[in-house]
Structure formats: structure tokens, C-alpha cells
Ligand binder design. Structure first.
Ligand code: ADP
Ligand code: MG
Length: 669
């Protein structure tokens, strides 16, 4: 790292750079432009009134002042002898340069030979044409001075840009050199330069990422876990005692997980499947196998409601076994907590279900062997590690209800193994979904009333208002009040939102479960996992504000039994794109398809929750748009690691990545 002071600029500017996280010359160079401004001759067209032309001043300049504002106007002639009237605001200081006969370049908009200029250069077009980087900067540093800094940094660091990409692959993919790539990304001469630079930098980013993940996997498979030994016939008889037959995908997933448990290597597996595809059953069987081998298991859920529900599900699941289950959440009384801690430490508890309370310092496990987390995108990498570190060599399974195509999953979570449940249990009817152009319940009241009259229950999901939990809660409580008023004493309306205390939430949820409440008005706290079989209708307000995967997960709450379920997506938005998205959900019931569509529209960060999931962030590359490059980089990384192990090649680059991994590990632990 090279000290930025070498730039020899003022300390004020160094401060501004520091506030942009730029403290070394390298930082400066890796601050890529976010777009380019292209200056080349352009005449306006019917569709686009922008113009950049060279012209000669043919009239005296007139200036009008209004307070401190000024407007200057004059006439020009271009090379085709066309005349234009030019106006520009607040540039009266240019007047002295705009003498009759001067050749200038005008940038602006033009309608009917009248130009409103945004900029005027007192130079022929040829002198200024080109492509200019535009950086995202803070006040106090101009684009021009930033470009100069970058130029200086590049020349000061001149010979230190080793190609990270091995020669073989650089040539194979027709990539330019690193030094040229860095130069071209900042100072391209044309669009092709930018393309070439991006091609290099994207591939480099992906290759580093893939190598990192594969080395992590390498390290992990070398770490020995416990080879768990258990009686498979006992596992079989539990599976046979279930009230249904497992789907083929469930069987496959169980087989993969059981193999992992038996193997001396540590499990690090990602189990994905649509809501309702039966992941919980699979994880329960896995927990049983771990129990039979003599180890404790932990199941961690993102919310108390979910943890409680999982606890109930597992309790039913293990009803006829000797498995002892405990629930650990933040809202237990102190006394209860103490009892549960004790049970965990002594080994009386075989399986513990809970929230993040599971990995607080106080919790000491007797012999933790297996950790499962539900809905991984709500957990941070650190939290997962903290829980994992409670055991010596625990196996680790992550469940996700935002399924993504296998190739993408492997590329993004490449250091994990992936199990996928694609088929839904038999007899499941797809939720009848309908987009309704409305901001109120009116159009569906009739259906709602007849549905309630038949004894059903209904979810009403409330709008996400400007990302504010407060406002969201407020609108939910208003809707709940209005509905209660409408139904009087006929039906009970409950309210659930994130600002409520845990025990209040639980009370409401339980009332809904046992049908004391028929209509549950809720913000997205019900989003994942909650299972109320008698509720088969859902109304979602302002549906356009949700992501598609999220909507799909929401409607996964209903239609869990044999009954036909109905979901109404209400939106008063007139955005064509928004309506198209909602209509897509009327047709598609395949979580994979929907997440792919969603990923393309919004990118993986939004869909999968970048910050929490520890998904990589890339400077220039985009996982969806540049997916073909990612696939190639993955293949190449495979080859490189293979050649490294077999033939001791590529020591240099593998070392570089390992050093980085070392640093990161220390940081996390
Ligand atoms: P997920 O966790 O993937 O959302 P669950 O495991 O909660 O799904 O399963 C949803 C519902 O389907 C549960 O009520 C469960 O008992 C039931 N179920 C699971 N697997 C099957 C199956 N193979 N056949 C019939 N019903 C099943
Ligand atoms: Mg579940």
C-alpha cells in the first residue's frame, strides 16, 4: 500500500479523499468511474434532442441579468451552413471569448434550431472529443482534479501491477494486461477501451472470488469433523411412521445430508426449496440421525414466532421418540432460561430450538454436533460462526426458501454443497393468485365474506411504507381497526407488527392458530415459516412494493393443505413494469422461476439480502448480468486449484489468496 501523501495535494483534499475511504494510491486506482461521458459530434433526432456540435459565432452576444442570474444568447452557424440560436445560463464570463468568427463546441439540447446549452467550450470539437470518466465524488473535489490524482497515482505505481490472472488464461480469453486494463478503465480513448478494461476486471474479480471459495472449501474438507455413527433402520422406521410418503427430492436431500453426517468431513450444506416443499421435515429427520449418533442438535430461526412454531412442529415430529426438545428465546423468564441453559449444558436437552439466543455466551453445549439455521439470509456470517464455534466440529446446514438455480447457487455459495427440493408434496393445489388494481378491500369483500362464512381464516398483509417499521405498523393498525369496525362482533381481527413485544406477538399468533382470530392483519413479520392450515386466503396491500420472491414466500403461508387457497395482490400502481411483475405471479408458482425473474430485475443483493448473507460484493462485475463470465471463471478456478494440487503450479496466486483468507479468519474469530 502506498501512502496517498505522495499526491502532494492539500490536507483538506486528503481529508475529503479519506472520507471516501481513499487513503492509499491503490484505493484511488480502484475507485472506478461509474459512467463515462462521450464527447463526439451529435445532431438531434426526433427521439433525442441532445446535441454536441462545432459551430462559429456569427452574431454579437446579448446578456440579460436578473439578480445574480444571467442568460446569454447569440447566433452560430455550423458546417452545413445551418444557423442556430444559442442560449446559456450563468456563463456571462465566457462573453469575452465569444467574438465573431470564433469556433466553439456547444453541448446541450436543441429544438427547432434553438439550442439551450449546458456547456460551451471555446475549442474546436476535435480538441475536446473523447470519452471522459465520471466518478462518484464528494464536494470539494472536481472530476478534473480527481482524474489528475488517478493519473498521478497510476504513474507513481507504474510497475507494480502484476497480472493476477495467469498468462495462460489471459491469452485464452484474449484479455489485455492488468496495467492496460487499469489505464483504460480510467483513461479510455474510445468505448472499446472501456469494454476491454471491463472484460479484464470482471474476469479478474470473479476468478479471485471463485479461487477464494474453492480454497475455503479445500480447507474445510481437510478439517476433520466427526464421522457420526447411527442405526439407519431406526431412522427408516421414523420416516415410515410419518403420515405421508416423502417426495423424491426430500429423499435425495435426506440421503445427501445423512452421507455428510456419516462422513468424517464437516458438513457445510445449503438446503433450498420452495416454501412448503418440505424442508422442515428433511431437517427433522437429519436432527434425528444426529441424535441417534449421540449428539446434540440446534435449530436456529430468525424470529421468536418461527422458533416457537418450529419447536411445536419438532415436538409433534418426535412425539413417539425419546428425543427431548427445548425452546430457547429471549422472552423466556429468567428462571426458565436458567433451566434451559442447565438442560443444554448437562446434555438433558437433545435438540434446542431458538433464536439468536442460542449462541449467547451463557449457553454452553454438552456435545453439540449439528447446527441448522432456517432462512439463512437473515443471519449474518458472524452469527453463524459464533454458533458453530459452540461445538468442536459441528456439521452445518442452512435452509433457504428463496431457491435459486443450481448453477447460480454453486457460483454464489461455491464453498457449500447444495441440496435442492424441487418437487412439491402431492395433492398441493397452486394458490389461485389474482392481481387487483385497487388500494382498498372493496373489490374482494364479497369473496372474503363468503370465505369467512365457510369457516376459513384470512391474512391481510400490510404495505411497506417507505421502509419505515413505524409507518408500516401504523398503517397495519389502521387497517385492522377499519376491518374490525366493518365486521363488528361477527369476526375477530388481530394485529401483528414488528413494534410489538414478543409475548404480545405470540399471543396474537396463537389466537390465530386456534381460530379465536379469523382475520390477521400483519406486516411482513409473518413472512416466513408460520403454518396455519385453516388460513387459505391472503390479501396483500401495495403488493408492488414487495419483491417477487417475497410475495411468493408470503403466499406460501397459505395453501399448505388440500384446500384451494386464494391470494389477492392489490396495487394501485400504474407502473407497467409493476403490473407485469404482479401478473407474472398469477401464472407462475415455481419459486425457482420467480427468483430468477426477480434476480434479473433487482439483482442478487436485493433478492437474497446482500448484507446479511455475506454475499460477495463486486466492484465492477454483476452476478446476474455477467453470469457467463462467472461460469468461465469458476471452471478456470477449478482447473487452477487442480493443477496447484496435482502439479504444484500456480503457487503464487494460491498463496496470495490464502494470505487473504488467513487475515479474514483471524478477523472473524
Ligand atoms: P418448508 O419448511 O419447506 O416450508 P414444511 O416442511 O414446513 O415446508 O412442509 C410444509 C407442509 O407440508 C407441512 O405441513 C408438512 O407436514 C407437509 N409435508 C411435508 N412433506 C410432505 C410430503 N412429502 N407429503 C405431504 N405433505 C408433506
Ligand atoms: Mg419451514
Amino acid at each position: 500500500m502506498t501512502d496517498i501523501k505522495l499526491l502532494k495535494t492539500t490536507s483538506r483534499r486528503l481529508e475529503i479523499l479519506a472520507s471516501m475511504n481513499i487513503t492509499t494510491l491503490e484505493d484511488l486506482i480502484y475507485q472506478y468511474p461509474y459512467r463515462y461521458e462521450v464527447i463526439e459530434e451529435k445532431y438531434p433526432t426526433d427521439e433525442d434532442e441532445h446535441l454536441i456540435i462545432e459551430a462559429t459565432v456569427i452574431s454579437p452576444v446579448k446578456i440579460f441579468f436578473k439578480g445574480k442570474m444571467s442568460r446569454m444568447s447569440f447566433e452560430v452557424e455550423d458546417k452545413y451552413l445551418q444557423h442556430f440560436q444559442v442560449s446559456i445560463f450563468n456563463r456571462h464570463f465566457l462573453r469575452q471569448h465569444l467574438k465573431l468568427g470564433t469556433t466553439i463546441t456547444i453541448i446541450g439540447k436543441c429544438v427547432n434550431h434553438r439550442i439551450t446549452a449546458s456547456d460551451i467550450k471555446i475549442k474546436p470539437l476535435q480538441d475536446i472529443s473523447g470519452i471522459y470518466p465520471v466518478y462518484s465524488l464528494k464536494e470539494g473535489i472536481t472530476q478534473k482534479s480527481f482524474r489528475q490524482y488517478v493519473k498521478k497515482a497510476l504513474s507513481l505505481l507504474n510497475h507494480e501491477f502484476d497480472d493476477f490472472i495467469p498468462e495462460k488464461y489471459r491469452i485464452q480469453h484474449h484479455l489485455i494486461r492488468k496495467e492496460s486494463a487499469l489505464y483504460c478503465i480510467h483513461f479510455p480513448e474510445n468505448k472499446k477501451d472501456v469494454q476491454e478494461a471491463l472484460k479484464y476486471l470482471k474476469y479478474e474479480e470473479f476468478l479471485k472470488f471463485q479461487l477464494t471459495m474453492q480454497l475455503m472449501k479445500q480447507q474445510r474438507t481437510q478439517e476433520m469433523g466427526i464421522a457420526k455413527d447411527f442405526d439407519v433402520t431406526q431412522l427408516q422406521s421414523l420416516i415410515l411412521s410419518l403420515p405421508f410418503a416423502l417426495t423424491k427430492d426430500q429423499q435425495t436431500a435426506i440421503k445427501e445430508i445423512v452421507e455428510d453426517l456419516k462422513s468424517p468431513q464437516m458438513m457445510y450444506r445449503f438446503l433450498q426449496g420452495d416454501v412448503g416443499s418440505g424442508k422442515t421435515v428433511v431437517s427433522s429427520v437429519a436432527l434425528y440421525a444426529n441424535y441417534l449418533a449421540g449428539y446434540q442438535g440446534a435449530l436456529m430461526a430468525p424470529t421468536e414466532i418461527l422458533a416457537t412454531q418450529h419447536y411445536q412442529t419438532l415436538s409433534r415430529f418426535f412425539e413417539n421418540t425419546d428425543v427431548r426438545i427445548e425452546l430457547l428465546t429471549g422472552s423466556l423468564s429468567l428462571k426458565e432460561k436458567e433451566r434451559v441453559y442447565q438442560a443444554i449444558q448437562s446434555g438433558e436437552a437433545d435438540i434446542v430450538v431458538g433464536t439468536h439466543a442460542l449462541f449467547q455466551k451463557k449457553v454452553v453445549y454438552h456435545n453439540l454436533g449439528f447446527v441448522i439455521t432456517d432462512e439463512q439470509h437473515r443471519f449474518g456470517v458472524m452469527q453463524r460462526k459464533a454458533l458453530k464455534n459452540k461445538g468442536q466440529q459441528v456439521d452445518f446446514l442452512i435452509m433457504s426458501a428463496t431457491p435459486i438455480p443450481r448453477t447460480l447457487a454453486i457460483s454464489m455459495y461455491g464453498d457449500m454443497d447444495v441440496s435442492t427440493i424441487k418437487t412439491m408434496p402431492q395433492g398441493r393445489l397452486p394458490v389461485k393468485t389474482q392481481y387487483i388494481h385497487s388500494s382498498s378491500m372493496k373489490p374482494i369483500l364479497k369473496h372474503l365474506k363468503s370465505y369467512l362464512a365457510q369457516g376459513g381464516q384470512c391474512y391481510v398483509i400490510c404495505p411497506l411504507v417507505e421502509d419505515s417499521e413505524n409507518l408500516e405498523a401504523k398503517s397495519a393498525s389502521q387497517i385492522a381497526k377499519a376491518m374490525q369496525k366493518y365486521f363488528q362482533t361477527q369476526y375477530n381481527v388481530g394485529l401483528l407488527h414488528g413494534q410489538m413485544k414478543e409475548d404480545e406477538k405470540e399471543k396474537v399468533m396463537n389466537s390465530f392458530l386456534n381460530n379465536t382470530i379469523q382475520i390477521l392483519v400483519s406486516t411482513t413479520v409473518v413472512e416466513v415459516g408460520v403454518d396455519v392450515k385453516n388460513a387459505n386466503m391472503m390479501v396483500i396491500y401495495n403488493a408492488e412494493r414487495f419483491g417477487m420472491s417475497q410475495l411468493h414466500q408470503l403466499r406460501g403461508r397459505i395453501g399448505r393443505g388440500q384446500e384451494q387457497a386464494y391470494c389477492y395482490l392489490m396495487s394501485s400502481s400504474s407502473s407497467k413494469e409493476a403490473i407485469e411483475r404482479l401478473k407474472y405471479l398469477e401464472k407462475s408458482h415455481d419459486g425457482f422461476e420467480i427468483s430468477l425473474y426477480d434476480l434479473k430485475l433487482r439483482g442478487p443483493g436485493e433478492v437474497l439480502g446482500q448484507r446479511q448473507s455475506g454475499l460477495p460484493t463486486f466492484l465492477v462485475a454483476d452476478i446476474m448480468k455477467d453470469f457467463p463470465i462467472l461460469s468461465i471463471a469458476r471452471k478456470d478456478a477449478d482447473e487452477i486449484i487442480h493443477d496447484y494440487i496435482q502439479n504444484h503450479e500456480y503457487q503464487g496466486i494460491v498463496c496470495k489468496i490464502q494470505e487473504k483468507l488467513q487475515v479474514n479468519n483471524e478477523y472473524v474469530d
